[in-house]
Write a protein that binds this ligand. Structure first.
Ligand SMILES: [Zn+2]
Length: 443
């Protein structure tokens, strides 16, 4: 996702808390239905699995990925700084004001011009990171046409979201220069909810095809699992991600009426039934435990803090700059690169908090998935496969986890799958109260 210059909008597009993780399998023969009577084939689920050593290729991908992360971060600061300190932002504003006959239209025009400029200047980096590099590692099936069309669609979405929502913080900046950060921060919450609501039905279908899951036997089992998790009328979709990537994933997305579980078709091909059912149990955990809402609340709180800090820092900077940037107030639209620059800087500090919370939610979803399926071994073999397919490193550095870890490291997750079996010792499961007592698997 190309977000160097648009982290504000990125916040809208990305819900870092909703992504799930695939598992990987070592094909086990004919997985049993969910019903787990004592003494049934679930015994094999007690066999521990160890995380495999990452391949040389995975290590190379990891190390070069770290370098590219720094490049991307630097670029995310350098580009808005360049646009700001060169006076380009003020010139773009003047141009937009001449053409846009009202404040709102001038703001929209300014934003779209800035977004286009960002797209053009970031293109080589985006092309390398989003297209060349995944192909070089054999992780991508995407044609250049698809990649390019997707990048244009993202550009259109970012522009549309800016046109829809950017006026709000700028109006608040005008009307309440001292408290804008509070009102704007609070206003972001319903906006996040709105974007999360329409995202599966408006944005995501622009990029891929979503169809009801084809494997009806699997669907029946997934729906039985959902019933047991107390989730009724849930929808499970498969998406043709194989046109884009060879990596595997699944996620829960949407909100209220648009909430759904989505499986990448790549995952359906690579995981066996139990491994898939564990992943579904994990996804249902997100669903049943209200993780989408919790994620948005966390993001909203972080946004509020970010806005407050931007308010303090930018006000101090502007009084020092004394108009040399071509504007002297934050309410001037030409301040946008300054806001983005500070937002990207602050995200280095704030996102690790969001990621830590995300890892906590993921861990709880893993617990939910284990408790509802008891597929400990399959969960682990699934993640070994996931690790291999996605060129993941099972035990990345602390810094990596801190700055990019939306999920616990795969090695830690496998350890947890191997060890978490309270039912073995007659101990209560944490989420038992969420499960419907009768098993309705045998349909
Ligand atoms: Zn998850």
């Amino acid at each position: 996702m190309r977000y160097v210059f648009s982290i504000l909008i990125l916040f809208l597009l990305v819900s870092p808390f909703a992504k799930a993780e695939g598992t990987s399998p070592a094909p086990t023969a004919a997985a049993s239905p969910l019903a787990s009577k004592p003494g049934d084939p679930l015994a094999e689920e007690n066999v521990p699995v160890s995380a495999t050593e990452p391949s040389a290729k995975a290590m190379r991908h990891y190390h070069t990925g770290n370098v590219w992360w720094w490049v991307r971060m630097t670029w995310g600061l350098a580009l808005p700084a360049l646009i700001l300190f060169s006076g380009l932002s003020a010139r773009l504003r003047d141009f937009a004001r001449r053409l846009g006959w009202k404040w709102y239209f001038a703001l929209c025009l300014y934003f779209v011009l800035l977004t286009l400029l960002n797209y053009g200047l970031s293109w080589p980096l985006d092309y390398y990171q989003g297209f060349v590099r995944p192909h070089a590692y054999g992780m991508s099936n995407q044609t250049f046409q698809k990649w390019f069309a997707d990048s244009l669609k993202e550009l259109a979405i970012i522009s549309a979201l800016g046109v829809l929502f950017l006026w709000l913080p700028y109006l608040l900046l005008k009307k309440s220069p001292k408290r804008w950060w509070l009102y704007a921060g609070l206003a972001m919450m319903p906006i996040y909810f709105f974007v999360q609501l329409i995202r599966p039905v408006v944005f995501e279908p622009l990029f891929n095809q979503f169809t009801p899951i084809e494997n009806k036997v699997l669907e029946t089992k997934i729906l039985a699992l959902a019933e047991r998790a107390g989730i009724h009328g849930s929808r499970v979709y498969e998406v043709n991600k194989s046109v884009d990537t060879r990596t595997v994933n699944a996620y829960v997305t949407g909100f209220m009426g648009t909430k759904r579980i989505v499986l990448w078709d790549t995952m359906l091909k690579k995981l066996d039934e139990r491994e898939l059912l564990f992943v579904m149990g994990h996804e249902m955990g997100h669903y049943a435990l209200g993780h989408v809402i919790k994620g948005i609340l966390c993001l909203s709180a972080l946004t509020l803090v970010a806005f407050y800090l931007i308010h303090r820092i930018a006000t101090a900077l502007l009084s020092r700059a004394q108009g040399r940037l071509g504007f002297d107030r934050l309410s001037d639209m030409a301040s946008l690169p300054l806001i983005v620059l500070l937002m990207n800087l602050l995200s280095l500090i704030l996102m690790p908090i969001g990621f830590a919370y995300s890892r906590h939610l993921e861990h709880e979803a893993d617990r939910f998935g284990l408790e509802i399926t008891h597929y400990n071994h399959s969960a682990a073999t699934g993640f070994v496969r996931l690790q291999e397919e996605n060129l993941s490193v099972p035990r990345p550095s602390f810094f990596y986890t801190l700055t990019r870890g939306t999920h616990p490291p795969i090695g830690d997750r496998i350890d947890f799958f191997n060890s978490y079996k309270p039912w073995e010792h007659g101990e209560p499961s944490r989420y038992e109260s969420y499960f419907k007592p009768e098993r309705s698997a045998k349909k």
